[in-house]
Design a protein around this ligand. Structure first.
Ligand code: NAD
Length: 483
């Protein structure tokens, strides 16, 4: 099948077989809402139970498979994703709305992640230590955590599932993957590649459908030993309550309200570039987006003027148009939320600097111009996640004030600073209350071989990605031995 066309009947993948669902759903192209991207099968609780049972039955065999076998499977998946990145990127741009170059880069990232974990499967490490008792040997080994439920959001429909599924399989777990409802074709395309990688039936399962039914079934099931979730704070908090009550292992990656500090000594071209990329690329629909631009007073007005100029020139359009820099908002509901935020900002007294207008293009899509406000720290627009192309500028008296503003948030995913001062960059790296810091770089944009995650309200549980992923997808066993 060609992905330029409608996927024929995207189905569930359960116990090694493609299954129809209980109902069907569709996904639409946000750049052209007349276009249906996928028709897909939607599961209910019972069908999700079947997938969970299949994963539980497949676990004993797979969890004792050799590292070489797992490495071969993951390498196979990564190789195919990389070879097909242009075609899969086109599907992603059509279904989620990010620009084609962004989409192809995301697919390539997913391929690299599978390749990385193919290597990690061969490097599962333990420790051997001297015992405190005479004649005793002690070691610590790592074992799979068990059946893993993976619940993903819509904004990175290849990369986020990849960075959860790849380590889960690498360390010998079985998986039930539930993609977000807006991006079933991407979830299905990834599953289709995984289905041909040589995995035994039941080790990997795809169930599509609503969060309330399919997602909740994964969260509730005592057979699911670990749950990895990326999505909104509200859903994450609900999942935490249920999984904590049944003592399942859980990892939550949730929202952000990430600051980018611009100091008076910064390279202004670089700072404006970091702000535009961080706040508006991928239509601001990134948990790592820079939605709070904290600018030192000496350069505040000049920075805002230059940023506004750059925003006015930003090309908003169809995700597949060659010169588009910012694609559409993902769907109508997210667009309504973005528009409601503009109203909230105005009503609170934030000063509107630019954008937020609904735009008409050649095709009917969810287009809006990037928006900027001058806000006060107490404004909701400066405190709550919007998840759209809406950013605000906060004025800071000096570096110390900027740092205090940056940390004055319930979130703690990432934080950036633009400065030429080594002293202040080093101080910031140590004192920003986040999981990731960026100096003279956009807050969005990370590597795949190092930990990803945050502090405070942004994340819960062990970090994702890189070698640190082993913390979540394995459990430690301490062995004592005497001859
Ligand atoms: P969402 O919370 O609505 O949905 C995320 C996933 O959870 C979807 O698959 C959904 O179907 C499922 N879900 C919904 N209700 C559920 C329930 N009761 N039980 C189990 N699963 C349920 O979030 P979204 O709208 O898809 O994504 C946007 C949000 O994701 C933003 O808030 C953003 O900040 C966050 N996000 C965070 C990161 C990160 O790494 N921190 C990355 C990307 C997105």
């Amino acid at each position: 099948m060609k992905f330029g066309e409608l996927p024929q009947n995207a189905r569930q993948y359960i116990n090694g077989r493609w299954e129809t669902g209980v109902t069907t759903g569709i996904s639409q192209n946000p750049s052209d809402t007349r276009e249906v991207v996928a028709e897909y099968a939607r599961a209910d609780r019972n069908q999700t139970e079947l997938a969970i049972r299949a994963a539980a039955e497949a676990l004993p065999h797979w969890s004792h498979s050799t590292p070489q076998r797992r490495a071969d499977v993951l390498d196979h998946i990564g190789t195919e994703i990389l070879a097909r990145k242009a075609e899969l990127g086109l599907l992603l741009a059509r279904e989620e709305g990010k620009t084609l170059p962004e989409a192809i880069a995301e697919v390539a990232r997913a391929g690299q992640i599978f390749k990385f974990f193919a290597g990690e499967a061969l490097r599962v490490q333990g420790e051997s230590m001297a015992s405190v008792r005479p004649g005793v040997q002690v070691d610590v080994t790592r074992e799979p955590v068990g059946v893993v439920g993976i619940i993903a959001p819509w904004n990175f429909p290849f990369a986020i599932p990849a960075w959860k599924i790849a380590p889960a399989l690498a360390y010998g777990n079985s998986v039930i993957f539930k993609p977000a409802e807006l991006v079933p074709a991407c979830g299905w395309a990834l599953a289709e590649i995984i289905s041909r990688s040589g995995l035994p039936a039941g080790v990997f399962n795809l169930v599509m459908g609503s969060g309330r039914e399919v997602g909740q079934a994964l969260v509730d099931s005592p057979r699911v030993h670990a749950l990895s979730f990326t999505g909104s704070v509200a859903t994450g908090e609900r999942i935490l309550q249920t999984t904590a009550a049944r003592r399942a292992k859980v990892q939550l990656e949730m929202g952000g309200k990430n600051p980018l500090i611009v100091l008076a000594d910064a390279d202004m071209d670089q700072a404006v570039d970091c702000a535009v990329q961080g706040a508006y690329f991928s239509t601001g629909q990134r948990c790592t987006a820079s939605s709070r631009l904290i600018v030192e007073t000496g350069v505040h007005d000049a920075f805002v003027a230059r940023l506004r100029q750059r925003m006015a020139a930003l090309k908003v359009g169809h995700a597949l148009d060659r010169d588009t820099e910012m694609g559409p908002v993902v769907d109508r509901s997210q667009m309504e939320q973005n528009q409601a935020w503009l109203e909230i900002a105005r009503a609170e007294g934030a000063e509107h600097i630019w954008g937020g207008d609904l735009l008409e293009r050649a095709t009917p899509g969810h287009y809006m111009s990037p928006a900027l406000f001058l806000a006060k720290p107490e404004h909701r627009v400066a405190r709550e996640e919007i998840f759209g192309p809406v950013a605000c500028v906060l004025r800071a008296d000096n570096y110390e004030h900027a740092l205090a503003l940056a940390n004055d948030t319930p979130f703690g995913l990432c934080a950036g600073i633009c400065t030429t001062s080594l002293k202040q960059a080093m101080h910031f790296k140590r004192h920003a209350e986040v999981g990731m810091t960026m100096v003279n770089l956009p807050t969005a944009g990370v590597d795949y071989h190092v930990p990803f995650g945050g502090r405070k309200g942004s994340s819960y549980g062990p970090r994702e990605q890189g070698r640190y992923a082993a913390e979540f997808y394995t459990t430690a066993k301490t062995g004592y031995m005497r001859a």
